[in-house]
Ligand binder design. Sequence first.
Ligand code: PRT
Ligand code: MG
Length: 209
Amino acid sequence: MITIALTKGRIEKDTVKILAEAGFDMGFMADKGRNLIFIDEAQDLRFLLVKALDVATYVEHGIADLGVVGSDVLYEHPGSYLEMLDLNIGLCKFSVASIPSYNPYDHKRKKIATKYPKIATDFFNSKDEDVEIVSIQGSVEIAPVIGLTDAIVDIVETGNTLVANGLVVFEDIVRVSSRLIANSASIKKNPEIMTLIDRLQAVVGNEEV
Ligand code: PRT
Ligand code: MG
């Protein structure tokens, strides 16, 4: 049996769509209730529906052979899994944003609020900018508005959240999309996993990463 860990929440629907297009019977998702484990006996598949970061953990530990998770999560929490495919869903980006009066070029040491300290630190380091990262758990957008920090690093999709809080994007950091990850021992052990990956690749139609 092959086990696939899926991220529940906002990328769930598009993930299921890809799996259905690849020929898997995803009917169970229609009335899943509060269930988090689904077994497709006909295709010898098991699906786990878990939080994003836990997808990576299940795959790393080999509990799941495959997983679908955002590249934001993979970047922030690197681990020993293989990245197999860019699924081209869950599209968004990391950006630096702040109130319109923010001046990124004034050579003052900046305070940056973020839920993603690794991405933010690596980005500013890559520009040789020494910043102070302030880790926030949620509603990062208010930090520059109330003067906690000079700017934020956060995920931007439509930009509506920024606009609603009177913030503007100053710089884009990197594109974010959902990826298919795999446990490396699983791939060596079970050739059917590679076949399954090929079926997904045929649907998303891009090169393996
Ligand atoms: O939110 P929760 O704590 O339940 O779980 P989660 O954040 O781990 O999962 P979820 O479902 O919110 O996000 C799953 C994945 O979706 C993320 O890991 C990203 O890869 C991807 N994704 C795509 C997004 C967005 N779009 C997105 N817009 N993740 C988060 N957002 C948030 C962002 O944090 C910001 O607050 O939406 C807000 C901005 O959206 P716009 O459209 O207003 O710009
Ligand atoms: Mg979220």
